[in-house]
Structure formats: C-alpha cells, structure tokens
Design a protein around this ligand. Sequence first.
Ligand code: ATP
Length: 453
Amino acid sequence: MPERPVTALPLVSMNAADPTNTLMDKIVNLCKRRGVIFQSADIYGGFRSTYDYGPIGSLILRNVKDAWWKTMVQVRHDIVGIDAAILSPPAVWEASGHLENFTDPLVDCKECNERFREDQLDDPLSCPACGAKNSFTEARAFNLMFKTHAGPVEGSGHDVYLRPETAQGMFTNFKLVLETSRKKPPFGIAQIGKSFRNEITPGNFVFRTREFEQMEMEFFVPPEQAEEWYQYWCEQRMKWYIDLGIPEDQLRLRPHDQDELSHYSSGTSDVEFLFPWGWGELEGIANRGDYDLRQHSEHSGEKLTYFDPDLGEHYFPHVIEPAAGATRSMMAFLLAAYDEETVNDGVRTVLRFDPHIAPYKIAILPLSKKDTITPIAHQVFDLVKERWMVDYDETQNIGKRYRRQDELGTPYCVTIDFETLEDQSVTVRDRDSMKQDRVGIDRLVDYLSERLP
Ligand code: ATP
C-alpha cells in the first residue's frame, strides 16, 4: 500500500502565462473525466457557453460560495444577506441605467456573418473567423440583458428582464433591510446568485458564460468614510483569495485608469488572476458614490436616505461594492490548485485545493469489498459523515483510487484493511506528501479535526 516517493518537481507551473493553453486543456479534460463541469445539454450536442456542474463541481462551487458567505456575512455583525428575485420589471433597469447603458460594441463580419465584441478584437481591421480585412460593419450598442415576458401575454407591459447582476436587489431592498435589520451605516447587504448576460463572445470555458453566479456585497457608508472603506475592501478582498490558497504571484489588484471609470465611480480596482491566456478579472471593487440609491429614489419615489439621529439629518449613503464571480473564481481555484509531479512510475495529477475548497475532505477506501471489511468501513464513514463531506469508494485497486482522490483534491484518504479488524486502526494518507499514518479508529475524528476545517 505505501506509495513510491516523489522524484521530480511539479511539471506544471502557473507562474507565467501559458501561451500553448495546455493547462486549460488539462483542466477541461479533468473536469469532464471526474464529474466537475460538463457541457450543458451534452446529449443534444451541447449548448454553447452553458455548463452544468456535476457531482464534484457542484461541491466545489458550493464551497467557494460558502467560503465567501462565511467571510462576508457569518463572521461580521455589520453585513446581512438577502436572496432576491432573478426576474424584475423594466423600471428597475431603467433606474439603474442598464436599459440604456449595459451594452457592448457589436460588429458583424460582412464576409462570414460572425459577430464580435469590437473592444475584444486583437486587430480591429481583421476578422478572426475568416481572416477578411476591413469587413466589419459599424459598431452598434448591443444590450446584454436577456428579456422575456411574464404571464401568458406578450408585449409591452409584460416585459421582464433576467438580472445581469445581483447588485440591484440590494438597492431596491435597501429601505426594507434598513427598517428590519436594525443596521445603520456603515453596514452591508450581501447576496449570492445567478446572473445572466447575453455575452457576444462567451468563452474560455466558464470564464465568460451567459449564465453565471455572482457574489456581491453593497456596503453603505457615510459619504466622508467612502474612500477609507474602499481601501479597506480592496485589501480584504485580495486577502480572501490568498487565504484560500491562490498564490500571491498569480493575483494582482489593478486600479482602473480614469477613462475606464463609470461617470459615478470615484475609484474601481479589479482583483485579477493570471489565467493561462493572461490577466483576467475575478472581482471588481467600486466606490459608487450615491448613484444607485439616488437613482432608485428618483425613479421609485421612495425616500432611500438614512436619517442620522446624531446629526439630525437625512443623507444618501455612499456605496462600496465588491462584486465577484463565483463560477469564474472557481475556475481560478481549479487552475491554481492543478499540479503534476513525477512519482517513480509516472505522473501524478493533484489538485492542491485548500481544504475549504476541496469537494471531499476525506475518502473512505475499504481495501476489499469482502463482507468482513465492509461493516467496519461503513462504521468509519458514519463516524465522519456528519462533520465533513466524505466520499466512499470501494471499486478498483487502491493505487487507482488514490489517483482519483488526488485528482479531486481530497486532503485525506482513510484506508480500511484486514489489519483494521485486528487492531481497530486505519491508514490515513495525506494528499500532498502522500505520507501515511496508522491511526486508531477511536482517535480518527480528533486526528482529522486537527487538520481539517
Ligand atoms: P468583464 O469585464 O469580464 O465582462 P465585468 O467588469 O462586466 O466583467 P462585473 O459587472 O464587475 O464584471 O461583474 C462582477 C464579476 O462577475 C466579474 O468580476 C466576474 O467575476 C463575474 N462575471 C461577470 N460577467 C461574467 C460572465 N459573463 N461569466 C462569468 N462570470 C462573469
């Protein structure tokens, strides 16, 4: 059962951009092979840019969201959570400015009829699909919101939109949350949920999809404190990714240039990750002023100000918004965790996830399917299942099962063998060092508690 030692350093490094995209291919392949992410509607040939999260992927995604929720809501007394509707009427998007401004510049190639986002073309004069020169139409503003209708009747008056961001739910509920939660500025409202954008050029796996999940928080502050809180949230949000295992040299905080800022923003910084094709945004942190509350106040007629009893005055709080992508962050966690190393007889692929992100924390692996071993293996599973997410696998030889767990990023494998029947002990194998400890079943929960969240 002991494995052979490691003889070489990791083969795959994320320290530099990977122009050949081999790492992406490996990740996409692993995701399909191990049940992490599947192309949606695969049996019908697949639905472009839409993905389903399989048994493993749904656990990883949940862990990313849980880690965010814990940091942003659970351990703070100044932030509350909500879960707002995905469908909303045009009035919301008129007030937010999305109906008018949530657009990307769209161009068509007159030769091959492919469509592109003008601002993402490497060469604005040459079609990346057919190579034609100067074949693009004039750019026109293409609104990214998905529109549908509510009820059986189509037509104006029944139009509704799928939200393109979760943020507006926090603004439209500002007054109700303020009244019911006993919070006062500085305080925040957080939400995790699906958003939809009719992206012109989705791609790079789950980096840019038309349906994705966001983790957003609106932090409402007295105007004079806005700059201070903006700096605070930039630091906090960088720290979150680092604490969860993304190496610092694969992350950067990029302040927007003046000409990138929206007219109401006095500062925006992106947390960027070094993807195989270069730096890409994971999260934007924006100092939004009082734009959102003022807009919704004017459009709805509701007074969305806060009355400060000490000052004896009403004011519009300013908003600091850290807006992250859950699905996009998950991809960054996957890329950062991916590692290969040569053990004597070949290459071992390991996802070195932080235990918070790892889909399973433990795998219970009975050495044989024999009746004598199964009951005790079930007992061990029962011992740990309430506390942690645990896999139970009794198929194939133990070497293959270890490899599978390495590829899932499971921090600890617990093997039950024939000796277990004699000495009431199990073998615990560490994912990263592959070291094995013999641990008494009566000490197992303590042993794992010292090592796992
Ligand atoms: P981008 O410039 O990449 O289009 P954005 O600046 O429009 O992103 P925001 O509106 O700030 O993005 O959304 C916050 C976060 O939501 C992004 O940092 C990203 O992680 C995520 N996100 C936005 N659009 C998508 C998408 N189409 N697919 C997956 N995640 C997305």
